[in-house]
Design a protein around this ligand. Sequence first.
Ligand SMILES: Cc1cc2nc3c(=O)[nH]c(=O)nc-3n(C[C@H](O)[C@H](O)[C@H](O)COP(=O)(O)O)c2cc1C
Length: 201
Amino acid sequence: MTVSTDIQALLAQRYGHTASFTPPSWNSTLDLMVSHRSVRQWLPRDLDDATLRTVLAAAQSAPTSSNKQIVSVLAVRDTAAKQRLAAVGRQMSQHIIDAPVTLVWLIDFSLARFLAAEEETDTAAGSTPPPAEAVHGVTGRPATDLGALNYMDEPMMAAADIGIASQNAALAAASLGLGTVFLGSLRNDIDEVRDALGIPD
Ligand SMILES: Cc1cc2nc3c(=O)[nH]c(=O)nc-3n(C[C@H](O)[C@H](O)[C@H](O)COP(=O)(O)O)c2cc1C
């Protein structure tokens, strides 16, 4: 990873004028962040699985709201699937087809539901679940009650978690010399995205 020697030039490029401060120290992380650009054209190179997993390890190391870990990510390499995703995004997503990998970030409550179901199974088998207060911090609510998922706060927190995790991935990719661009355009037709990728409810 390179570290710019002319930091003021880098900052001036960012702000369009000379920066009014001098960073007391500088490193390759700051270099990557300040020189960020979205990339929409790719060299004709593949991306190997180990590199992809490395990028995702960085994403999965991001903080998550209440440690709920309600983010899943799908790595899409299949050309036919990428064509369907590009069609969803229309002109804002043509770069999907040429990209070796498109990552689709999902709000995913299935882990929470799975753990709750396990808890139910344990209870049915005779073991005693921890008191609801210890699990949820509130009384009068059984540990398996996932009513909280019905509140707007949950998907909002999940969306924040996705932003943080995906930016970790983007930064990790950049540190490995890989360009990225975010794709809000996939929200044009969520049902079609779900169908193209076989995502369950
Ligand atoms: C949440 C989000 C969604 C975005 N959606 C798209 C998109 O659908 N297509 C696209 O080409 N760029 C998309 N972008 C990239 C922005 O257009 C880009 O970050 C912005 O123009 C600033 O350019 P820069 O990233 O090169 O600094 C998205 C960026 C973010 C953060």
